[in-house]
Write a protein that binds this ligand. Structure first.
Ligand SMILES: [Zn+2]
Length: 274
């Protein structure tokens, strides 16, 4: 290899590595070039193995959050929001000040309670106004519980406690929708002073979660009214439907046949009757 100038410092190591890498390489004539993901034994890239590779790095989520954020029932913008929430990267007033915006003590106050400093655990858990909202959400699911003092533990209530009954994914979905609207409400108070979001908040949580779930799982047969008054039953029907779907695909795989849409529908109808 010819170089225009001498390598300096770490460039020497890099050059050495490059040479080592090239020495082991056997170029094949007529073979197409292709990309190879080196963190997978077969060279195939997958979100999961990329995630496993990144997991030891500090800024990547711990297991509990990652489960929550990869919830398939919500749109990706909500997952992204959850990801920022988990890393404390939402522009709360506290975070804005940390980034160097000169906010005075008074300006740091939470817009919902107008009392304490707005930081992530206050806004999504400790705030007395947010607390009333969480109680409403939990009541909708027939739950009464003591609210913890940090947002991760609030998530735990939905994913693990409620999730034990309705499934972790559905629990994560409800938590994400609720935090999404809590943030929406907070932004409404900050940017459109006087816009009445609070009065419609629960209705928005119920309507949006209904809409998103219906969109993702086409086999949902419950109405919005049912979703509002008996959400646990509706969630269980989704869970059952998904289990049936899984079972069907497993059976089809076992038989080695191609999936037929008619058989699939018939199978689901029978399963639902049972
Ligand atoms: Zn507050």
């Amino acid at each position: 290899m010819e170089w225009r100038r001498e390598r300096i410092g770490r460039e020497k190591d890099e050059e050495e590595k490059l040479r080592e890498g090239l020495e082991r390489l056997q170029l094949k004539k007529r073979a197409e070039d292709r990309w190879r993901w080196t963190h997978d034994s077969e060279g195939r890239y997958g979100v999961k193995n990329a995630y496993d590779f990144l997991a030891p790095i500090e800024c990547v989520l711990d297991k509990q959050w990652s489960k929550l954020i990869w919830c398939k029932l919500v749109p990706s913008k909500v997952s992204f929001f959850g990801w920022r929430l988990s890393l404390d990267r939402l522009p709360t007033k506290w975070n804005i000040r940390k980034q160097g915006v000169p906010l005075q003590e008074e300006e740091l106050k939470c817009v919902l309670c107008k009392d304490k400093v707005e930081e992530v655990n206050h806004l999504f858990s400790m705030c007395k106004e947010a607390w009333i909202f969480w109680v409403e959400v939990l009541q909708w699911w027939g739950m009464v519980t003591v609210l913890p003092n940090n947002v991760l533990s609030v998530a735990d209530i939905f994913v693990n406690d409620l999730g034990r009954i309705i499934g972790k994914e559905m629990g994560a979905c409800i938590f994400l929708v609720a935090t999404w609207y809590l943030w929406y409400w907070r932004n409404g108070e900050v940017f459109n002073n006087g816009k009445n979001i609070r009065g419609r908040l629960m209705e928005m949580v119920q309507a949006k979660s209904f809409f998103w779930i219906k969109n993702k799982i086409h086999g949902c047969v419950f109405s919005f009214h049912e979703w509002k008054i008996k959400p646990v039953e509706c969630a269980l029907s989704v869970r059952k439907y998904k289990q049936m779907q899984k079972l069907f695909h497993k059976q089809q795989k076992g038989r080695g046949t191609t999936q037929s849409l008619e058989r699939y529908v018939a199978f689901l109808l029978i399963a639902r009757q049972k």
